[in-house]
Design a protein around this ligand. Sequence first.
Ligand SMILES: [Zn+2]
Ligand SMILES: [Zn+2]
Length: 288
Amino acid sequence: MKKAERNLSHSHKGRLTSHSSNKTVKRTAMLIDDHVHTAMSGDAKGELTEYLKIAGNRGLTEIGVSDHYHPEQPKYSMSNEKLAEYVKKVQQLKKKTDFPLKLGIEVDFIPSLESKIEKALKSTPFDYVIGSVHFINNWGFDDPKYISEYQKWDITELYETYFSLVQQCAKSQLFNIIGHPDLIKKFGYKPKTDITDVYLNTVEVLKESNVCVEVNTSGLRAPCREMYPSKQFLKMCHDNGIPITLGSDAHTPENVGKNFSQALKLIRQVGYENIARFTYRKLELARI
Ligand SMILES: [Zn+2]
Ligand SMILES: [Zn+2]
């Protein structure tokens, strides 16, 4: 574990202080991984207890589990029955463990399924809900099995389509956090034209919708070899006062907190001093 992460290892008992902006900021530094998947997601391995153990060893101060949920396609996601089992499991462990653990979920955003998503989530006391765009129409564009579909698109149009879904995801008001906000770059397909305006419009919508943006380190492990979102996009988020969360998107316990030193460096470079921390869907800011 790198120095920045080690230094944060015994600091999770911070006290709160009020700021004039009416937001609470935790005084002591926090290092939270809000995005990990366990074997409850069809594409992940490992038990939550293993994640907690590694998170503690790596100097994280809190972990949030966010298994996949899609209201109609339980291929990699939990079915409605599994969802209930997942919630129970995490809630039980929350009571047993000393390590700060949060109950999150990563939901596939599908515009036509908004009311189904709302219905499935409304009675559960999640700490936070991540909304992620993994599908364009029915194409799972982040799945290497379907990579040939990229050939059928003009890449600028593809980015415009993707970011319009990200905007709808934020506007739906179903989510606290927008997961990996430029996932469309995963396989390295990048537009040849300047799409700064698309980013600016998107950031404006994110701001108006009052959602957080996730800095997700899994892009470093993908062919694009950069974090989600890009530095350019993250800087725009900062300049618009959009709070951020931090996630490894680990699908195995070994990847919990992966590349967080690099993420902190980027986050600080663009000007952030805090990350968001959620409890029962209420945001407080925590110093990094
Ligand atoms: Zn995702
Ligand atoms: Zn994920």
